[in-house]
Design a protein around this ligand. Sequence first.
Ligand SMILES: NC(=O)C1=CN([C@@H]2O[C@H](COP(=O)(O)OP(=O)(O)OC[C@H]3O[C@@H](n4cnc5c(N)ncnc54)[C@H](O)[C@@H]3O)[C@@H](O)[C@H]2O)C=CC1
Ligand SMILES: CC(=O)C(C)=O
Length: 259
Amino acid sequence: MAIAGKVALVTGGAQGIGRGIALRLARDGADVALVDLKAEALTSVAAEIEAIGRKATIFVADVGDREQVRAAVDHAAQALGGFDIMVNNAGIAQVKALASVTPEDVERIFRINVQGVLWGIQAAADRFIATGRKGKIINACSIAGHDGFALLGVYSATKFAVRGLTQAAAKEYASKGITVNAYCPGVVGTDMWVEIDRLFSEITGAEKGATFRKYVDGIALGRAETPEDVAGLVSYLSGPDSDYMTGQSVLIDGGMVYR
Ligand SMILES: NC(=O)C1=CN([C@@H]2O[C@H](COP(=O)(O)OP(=O)(O)OC[C@H]3O[C@@H](n4cnc5c(N)ncnc54)[C@H](O)[C@@H]3O)[C@@H](O)[C@H]2O)C=CC1
Ligand SMILES: CC(=O)C(C)=O
């Protein structure tokens, strides 16, 4: 178990990809702090981690709030006796034609998808430096961080921003032995895609499920992605096999976007 005894924090850990990552890291031997807005769901994922035989702790926080993210990292370190891996996974989607996007839309999504990642990088790196740990920071990007998608324009902009932050942080923290990478999934069958599909229907008149199917049709491997597919990459980025890798935003999309 490559990360046995390490402590990981996963934001957006109450469901979807975050839950999948948290369970995988626990199976890999890590104790896991789960951070999200959804207290009840956090409790149930924590119970799943404990059933695997690892320790779990939960912390309700809004990743868009810098102080709350710092408090979440402090809590993880105190409750689990260390801190080694930060997964900045929480994010939201937005489906809107660029022509109708408002300043409020831009503020809301950048606050969570970009500032949320930045506050996570800051809090984690400060803690790693203060404790002399060669920590790993892993950020949620997307295929939309490599290609702009129609009606997902502002969302795409946030994910391009995550790539930029990932590269800059990798360079700033390399001398401290901290690595910073990102995972870029394609079409993962979570609540996020249920909502994306619903919003596409509202705008384009497509029938329910049609947008999801259209996207899945563009995947070379011929099926939608699962949180477990994503978690395998995050497991690699969390462990020693990726020690010589930093600043990368790695596509894991079944063959949709080629870079
Ligand atoms: N589902 C997909 O196809 C893809 C998802 N991603 C990215 O992966 C990440 C996870 O996505 P999913 O699991 O699919 O989404 P999801 O909507 O199923 O889960 C997101 C979780 O983040 C939490 N969250 C949202 N705002 C928060 C905030 N301000 N503070 C704390 N927690 C917050 C939610 O409560 C939820 O539990 C996101 O960053 C998303 O952009 C990237 C590519 C594809
Ligand atoms: C949700 C997401 O990142 C896409 C483009 O599917």
